[in-house]
Each structure stands twice: as structure tokens, then as C-alpha cells.
Design a protein around this ligand. Structure first.
Ligand code: NAP
Ligand code: ZN
Length: 358
């Protein structure tokens, strides 16, 4: 089925209109009309080949909310008209130890990304910057929110990527939790850690985000470039979630952990961080860790929790043709706090609109 999309033709070229082929839904498949798609920094890393593995043309987008338009004969629990979500994965091997434990993101044979194909190579897949997608029912999520579906879309990546480590490291009442960077992931990290009952401290490089940090749920906000402000929190954190999308000095945050505390990296910058000082790890048995999105079961738990507690993302809606400007603003940390594409603008471009005119 020919499907309108937006694609990066090469690393150094802007995204532009493109037509992709979606498969005809099989017995286990669900066809989804995409209503909204969030814009993750991973989309930008991929479109510009910053991780060195992009297959072109590249159609990014893995924060998808839409409506079921068709369901295969063996599909259970979804019907035409349901509101559903698709996140970062559309398949995995289904039989390795990680898949058996519901941790498909760590599939030992490589999960299939919603875009840019199987993580260990293979045929390309095309993401949510398009009007529709066909996905195996195992990788389709139920959306319990009744309205503001545009603000639900980024939960499918920014939400689960922060939820999973916050749960894994048992953050909650009595825990002092840091979140580094107030972007798409970071603002959900603050909201979710606050909702879990932790004492939350936001670290930002942007003084103009202090008030928003508190509004979103931070008990305190620290300007991370201010050594004096940082020193006041030395040796005091149980857990710090680092969402920064650029290479930076990790020692500044390791030093804030108390004994046995963990600094977890979810940001995946183009260039490596300078190596942290080993003494900062060994003297307090601190741990440096990483975390990748979350499994399907866990993503459903997160969506249900957010629906129950009325949690959505803070978003700025854009038209599909504005994507290249949105990428530039994201690089300047100028987004409050997630761009979401209104996919109706791809189906029906505004009269007189020229693609990539912005
Ligand atoms: P984003 O919206 O661009 O937010 C990143 C934030 O990092 C910025 O808002 C800024 O916050 C801070 N920052 C940016 N440049 C910085 C610098 N040079 N030094 C210090 N802070 C800086 O990006 P995002 O969509 O949240 O994604 C963040 C990273 O996570 C990306 O690398 C993305 O690829 C990765 N990611 C990983 C996973 C995973 O599974 N592990 C999943 C999704 C995304 P302040 O203005 O507050 O300083
Ligand atoms: Zn993402």
C-alpha cells in the first residue's frame, strides 16, 4: 500500500515528502491510521547518521498514537476504531531469554526498530512520520487516555525510557532522585519520579527552565554549570537519570551520588563522554549504568499508570512540513518539551504550502 511519509534522503539533506510501501495486514497484524507522532532526539541522531548505522531513505518516528483501521483474523483484544500506540519496537525474536522475560528491547537476536530496521542489520523499516503503519499485535499498546492524544504520543518513547530505569532502580518515597536535562525525556523523568513519590532534583544547563522544572514536579532545580550549586548536593543522591543528548563530564554527577548510588545514562550522544574518574566510582562503590527504552508489558504498565494519574507530556504541535526547523530548535534545547507532529498535515497540506519552506 503506497503511503505518504517524510524521509531523510541522506545524512546531510533535510527531510522531504516521500512515498513508502506498507504491507497488507496479515493474520496477526493491525493497520493503524497515525494521528500524532512525537519527535525524539533519536530521530535526529538517525536522520543525520550520528550513530553511523542509518539506512536511507530514513523515515523516523517512534512515538505513535493512532486509530485501528483493520485487524487480521487472528488479532485478539483490538478492534477497528480503538485508539492505540506504537513505540520504538515492532518485532523481536520472541524466544530468547530477554524476550521470554518481557524485555524485548534487550532481545539477544536484536529487536526490530520501528524505523531503521533490525538493530543488528537487515531490511529497513519506516517509522511514524507517515500516515499509517502496519504492526504485529504483540507490539501494539492500548491507550487508556480519552483526550489530549497528541500529548500521549511521546509517552511511547520519552515516557517508557524514563519509567523503566526509575522502576528498575526502585525510586519512590524516601529516595533522592536527580534528572539531568529538561528535554523530551527529562521532563517525563521529572513528572514520573515525582508521581512515584521521590524527592526530585532537576539539573539543567538552561536558567530559563527553572520555573518549568518546579512546575513539572521538581522539588529543587540546580544549574549544572554552577559548581557552587552542584557542591551543595555532593554525596546525597540515591539515583540520577542522565538524559543529555551531548557528550559531557560525568564526574560532576557521579560525585553527587551517595555510597552505592547509581548514575544511569539514557542519553545516547553522537560522541562519547570523557571517561569518568575511577576513584569517583570505587571510593563509594558507586555504579554507572545504562538503560534502553522498556519492554512491551512495562510500556503498557506505564501507559495505564499515566492514564490513571492524568499524566501526559508537555508538547508543541507542529505540521509535518516544519520538521526540519523543529530539529534545529531541538539542537538549541528550545522545545517545551516535546514536538509532536499533527499527521493530518501530511494527509492534507495547507493550501499553498511548500514542503520544507520553513
Ligand atoms: P532533547 O529533547 O533534545 O533533550 C536533551 C536535553 O539535554 C536538552 O533539553 C538539554 O537540557 C540537555 N542538553 C543538550 N545539550 C547539552 C549539552 N551540550 N550539555 C548539557 N546538557 C545538554 O532530547 P531527548 O529526546 O530527550 O533525548 C535525549 C537523549 O536520549 C538523546 O541522545 C536520545 O537519542 C536518547 N534516547 C535514548 C533512549 C534510550 O532508550 N536510552 C530512548 C530515547 C532517546 P537542559 O536545557 O535542561 O540542559
Ligand atoms: Zn525516542
Amino acid at each position: 500500500m503506497p503511503t505518504p511519509a517524510y524521509a531523510a534522503p541522506a545524512a546531510d539533506q533535510p527531510l522531504a515528502p516521500h512515498t513508502i510501501e506498507r504491507r497488507t495486514p496479515g493474520a496477526h497484524d493491525i493497520a493503524i491510521e497515525i494521528l500524532y507522532c512525537g519527535v525524539c532526539h533519536s530521530d535526529l541522531h538517525t536522520a543525520r547518521n550520528e550513530w553511523g548505522n542509518t539506512i536511507y531513505p530514513s523515515v523516523p518516528g517512534h512515538e505513535i498514537v493512532g486509530t485501528v483501521t483493520a485487524a487480521g483474523k487472528d488479532v485478539k483484544g483490538f478492534k477497528v476504531g480503538d485508539t492505540v500506540g506504537v513505540g520504538c519496537m515492532v518485532d523481536s525474536c520472541g524466544h530468547c531469554a530477554s524476550c521470554a522475560e518481557g524485555e524485548e528491547q534487550y532481545c539477544e537476536n536484536g529487536f526490530t526498530g520501528t524505523y531503521n530496521g533490525p538493530v543488528f542489520g537487515g531490511e529497513n523499516t519506516y517509522g511514524g512520520y507517515s500516515t499509517s503503519i502496519v504492526v504485529d499485535q504483540k507490539f501494539v499498546l492500548r491507550v487508556g487516555h480519552k483526550d489530549h492524544l497528541e500529548a500521549v504520543a511521546p509517552l511511547l518513547c520519552a515516557g517508557i525510557t524514563t519509567w523503566s530505569p526509575l522502576r528498575h532502580w526502585n525510586t519512590g518515597p524516601g529516595k533522592k532522585v536527580g534528572v539531568v536535562g529538561l528535554g523530551g525525556l527529562g521532563h517525563m523523568g521529572v513528572k514520573l519520579a515525582h508521581a512515584m513519590g521521590a524527592h526530585v532534583v532537576l539539573f539543567t544547563t538552561s536558567p530559563n527552565k527553572v520555573a518549568d522544572g518546579k512546575r513539572l514536579g521538581a522539588d529543587a532545580v540546580v544549574i549544572s554549570k554552577d559548581a557552587g550549586q552542584m557542591a551543595k548536593h555532593a554525596n546525597s543522591f540515591d539515583f540520577i537519570l542522565n538524559t543529555v543528548a551531548a557528550s559531557h563530564n560525568l564526574d560532576a554527577f557521579l560525585n553527587l551520588l551517595k555510597r552505592d548510588g547509581t548514575l544511569c545514562l539514557v542519553g545516547a550522544p553522537e560522541h562519547p563522554h570523557p571517561s569518568p574518574t575511577v576513584f569517583n566510582l570505587i571510593f563509594k562503590r558507586r555504579q554507572l549504568a545504562g538503560s534502553l527504552i522498556g519492554g512491551i508489558r512495562e510500556t503498557q504498565e506505564m501507559l495505564d499508570f499515566c492514564a490513571e494519574h492524568g499524566i501526559v507530556c508537555d508538547i508543541e504541535m507542529i505540521a509535518m512540513r516544519d520538521i526540519n526547523t523543529a530539529y534545529e530548535r531541538m539542537l538549541r534545547s528550545d522545545v517545551k518539551y516535546r514536538f509532536v507532529i499533527d499527521m493530518a498535515t501530511l494527509k492534507k497540506p495547507a493550501v499553498g504550502a511548500t514542503p520544507n519552506a520553513v
